[in-house]
Structures are given as C-alpha cells and as structure tokens.
Ligand binder design. Structure first.
Ligand code: GLN
Length: 492
C-alpha cells in the first residue's frame, strides 16, 4: 500500500469510505511521521497524540454507523494562533506562557463538527508577525525543501511556517493557517502547497489570537486546490460571536474546482511587474498566463494604480492595530508575568521580557503612527490609501473575473538570510498585502520550480465573496502545471 501520509485529503477520505484503511491507522501513520521529522523540522510545538488516537477511534465508529461527517477521521494540524480547548495556545510568544484556553475557536470547532481531528499545534512567527518563521519563541521551522544538493536550512515562509512545512512534509492531511498580509499564501508558495485567504469575514475570527483585526483571516493550507476547497467549506460560515463575520450563505467550493473557465477574463496588473523581479518569476507568470489562455480565457492587461502604496500602508495599519490588540498582555490575565515593585513596573517587566524584538518593533511603530500629532500623517493617510486600493479592485473587477499574479517576489530564502533587515523581510509581502487591505479573496498554488528545484507559486485574486471563481481558475492552472515535485525526505 502507498504511504498513507502522502495521500491528499480527498483521497484519504475516499480510502476510509471504501474501508481500505481506518482513521486510527491513518492517524498512527502521521504520528509516526511527526516523531521522525519534528526534531529536524520543528513544525509542531505540541503533539496531541492521545487525543488524536481517541478522536480517530471515535471517527471510525461514527463512519461504521453511517454517520460520517464531511471530514470524518481526517487528521489535521492547527496553527498555534487558534485557541484549542484544553490544549496550550501561545501564538509562539513567551508572553502567553503556558496559556491553555478553556474554549475552542469557531474555525477549529467547525472542523471538529465535520469529523476532522487534531494531531497537534503548529509553529509560527510570534503573533503571526514575520515572513520566515524566525520570530517564534520555539525557534524557526526548517523547510522540508532544500536548494539542489545544498543542505543549508531554508525558511518555509511565515507566519504560517509550521502549517506549510507540515503539509509539504506529509505530517498532516491539511492545516489551518491565518493571513494578515500574506501568511497563508507566502508559505504555501515557498513549500509547493496550496493556500487560500478567503474574503474578509468568511471565517470567524472568534478564538483566534488577534494581530490586526481588520486584516486577519483564517484559511487552509492543503495539498491540492480541491483539498483547500473542502477545508474552507468546513472552516467558513457565519458566526454571531464575530461582529465582522459575513452572513452570506456558503457556495459549494469543491464543486467550483471542476467548473470550466472557458470564456472567463483574467486580468494581468501591470503594477505587479516590479523592478528587479527575478527572471524566473517573470517566466512563471508568463507561463500562468499561457495556461489560462489555453484553457479558453481572455487575457486582459489591467491597472491597479495604487499598488505601490499597498506595502507602506500595510506596515502602518497592521502595527497600529497590533499595538492596540497587544495592549491586553500585561501579565494580569494571560500567560506569563514578571513581577515588579508596583503595578506599572510589573507591566513593563512582563512586556519587556514576554515580547520578542519584532513584536516590540511593531508595537512601537503602531504606537507612533497612532500618537497625537502623527495620527493624521500616518494612520489617517493610510486609511485613505486603503479606500483608493478598494476602488482599484472595484474598477478591475468591473472588467475581469479574476486577477493573476506571482505569489512572492522570489523562491524560499535561507534561514538567517534576512534576519537583521526588517525592510528586506517586509518586501516579501509585496504581492500579498493588497488583498488583505481590500478584503478580496486570494489563493496561492504551486506552478513551477526554480533552477534550484524550489517551488514557485502563482496567486489568483478574486472578487469579494467569489472564492468559487478562484477555485475554478486555480484548479485549471493546477491541472496545466501538473506540479508533482516533493521534497526529498532527508529527515527520515
Ligand atoms: N509578513 C507579514 C507581516 O509580518 C504578514 C504576516 C501575516 O500575514 N500574519 O506582517
């Protein structure tokens, strides 16, 4: 029998339905793979083996009695940003200490409702701030991918580095992730996996540790476009506990992955052709355009004129919201506390030792752009640019069905390579942040490998609430690309 861990979610569910193997066997195979790989990859920060086995047995019983849910018995990994009842959740920050929630996030509760089970919690950048998973209190995740014959450790991307690495290395069938400025799509692109950030409001933010509330969205990282559609179907949906949750009914995302894209118009934004873009990214994009054309699409050059302001706007809005969201960590209610001689010094000592350097930098930037005297020049101005970016999208989607761009400006880089240059790190997000600022859904899928054999991803951006078109276009591109590369399992 083929290695169970290498199956897609769709194939694994099919295999269980046909009684080829049980969820208990599948879960054991993943737990064994995690044991072998995790000392090298550092993707999981908690493994909930006993809970996973108990849930798998319960799922097998449910399936036997004909009551299987849509994801019955599917073992998943959960980003450590999600609150999980009775299982530690730290956002990879020291300030949360051993915080163990007494409640379950809506997104994970939805997955369990449909029969999925948790293998453990996945590593990430601290509070989801980063693009390389190097700001984690648990240390970086090492990508399962390597450059050619080199054994240098590469980043799986961030902030959902653990999610992307675990999916790419076959340490779960799929994973939850979150995306505030690219944290689902960039790690997916770096690891040859599929990740979708849905429309803002599709997934409830309730029970997810907040970074920048007007930008944060949950979504899946998966092995295929179809798997991503199935996971999103379960994760998404209206939730009265999140006031920004959308009331709209969910379409059938999986059905959309088999729809023809013939006759659709795909927009190619000229502003995404940035200076100094590596030739292999240009080539990847041209290839994607050719595939869309072959599938019967009309290609249209479009303009998103305010694109160049998106990154600076993001790096004002996100820290501003973060500085206010993170004010709650003062040593009184959650996690770690470092005592001082009075209340204020306790706050100071707790925050000074609990937050890492990148998080402190964001809090300082955020506090600065919101302060009296600078608010108008930075935060207010950024909100105005955000309105212009929204107009760009509205104008574009009056002419096209979807927008095609590269997902990242480069392939994965080495750990340590950009560590002491925050601006170089921020530039990673150049193609992804716009969709967060405007709320549009966007998906990254693997489309090619570079000269060193590393995955490169394309991004498909859709109209608000039109994930279906994204899934149709992405599935067609996935088929044309027939990306089959897998990392060599050097950790076994
Ligand atoms: N890399 C971006 C940042 O550091 C995005 C992170 C995210 O999407 N959570 O802010």
């Amino acid at each position: 029998m083929t290695d169970l861990t290498s199956l897609t979610l769709a194939a694994a569910l099919d295999g269980m339905e046909k009684k080829q193997f049980s969820s208990a066997e599948l879960t054991d195979a993943f737990l064994k793979a995690i044991d072998q790989a995790n000392p090298k990859l550092n993707a999981y920060v908690v493994v909930t083996a006993d809970k996973a086995r108990a849930a798998a047995n319960a799922s097998d019983a449910k399936r036997a009695s004909g009551k299987a849910g849509a994801l019955e018995g599917a073992p998943l990994g959960i980003k450590d940003l999600f609150c999980t009842e009775g299982v530690r959740a730290t956002a990879a920050s020291n300030i949360l200490g051993e915080f163990t929630p007494t409640y379950e996030s809506t997104v994970t509760a939805n997955l369990w409702r449909d029969g999925a089970l948790m293998l453990g919690k996945l590593n990430m950048d601290e509070f989801a701030m980063g693009s390389s998973n190097e700001t984690s209190r648990f240390g970086p995740v090492v990508s399962p991918w390597r450059r050619g014959n080199s054994d240098a450790s590469l980043t799986p991307g961030g902030s959902s580095g653990g999610s992307a690495a675990a999916v790419a290395a076959d340490l779960c069938l799929g994973a939850t992730a979150t995306d505030t400025g690219g944290s689902i799509r960039q790690p997916a692109a770096f690891t040859g996996t599929v990740g979708i950030k849905p429309t803002y409001g599709r997934c409830s933010r309730w029970g997810i540790v907040a970074f920048a509330s007007s930008l944060d969205q949950a979504g899946p990282i998966a092995k295929s476009v179809e798997d991503a559609a199935m996971l999103l179907q379960s994760m998404a949906g209206h939730d009265a506990k999140d006031s920004t949750s959308l009331p709209n009914a969910l379409p059938n995302f999986r059905a959309a992955t088999t729809k023809s894209i013939k006759g659709m118009t795909i927009g190619i934004p000229k502003e995404y052709r940035v200076d100094g873009m590596p030739e292999e990214i240009e080539k990847l994009w041209a290839q994607g355009i050719a595939w869309a054309k072959d599938a019967g699409c009309t290609i249209k050059d479009i303009s998103l004129p305010h694109t160049k302001y998106a990154l600076p706007t993001y790096y004002i809005v996100a820290p501003a919201e973060a500085s206010s969201n993170l004010a709650r960590y003062d040593g009184m209610r959650y996690g770690a506390r470092v005592g001082g001689k009075d209340l204020n010094s306790t706050y100071e000592a707790t925050r000074a030792s609990g937050f890492g350097r990148e998080v402190q930098r964001r809090i300082m930037i955020g506090t600065y752009v919101l302060s009296a005297g600078y608010y108008d020049a930075y935060y207010l101005r950024a909100q105005k640019v955000r309105a212009r970016l929204n107009e760009d999208m509205t104008n574009a989607f009056a002419q096209v069905d979807a927008i095609l761009t590269p997902a990242t400006p480069s392939a994965a880089f080495a750990l340590g390579e950009k560590g002491d240059d925050p601006v170089a790190m921020y530039l990673n997000d150049i193609f992804t942040v716009t969709a967060n600022l405007t709320g549009n859904p966007a998906l990254a899928l693997p489309a090619a490998t570079d000269a060193n054999g590393l995955p490169l991803g394309l991004q498909v951006i859709g109209k608000a609430l039109d994930e279906e078109t994204i899934f149709s276009v992405s599935a067609a591109l996935e088929k044309a690309a027939s990306f089959r590369a897998k990392p060599a399992k050097w950790w076994v």
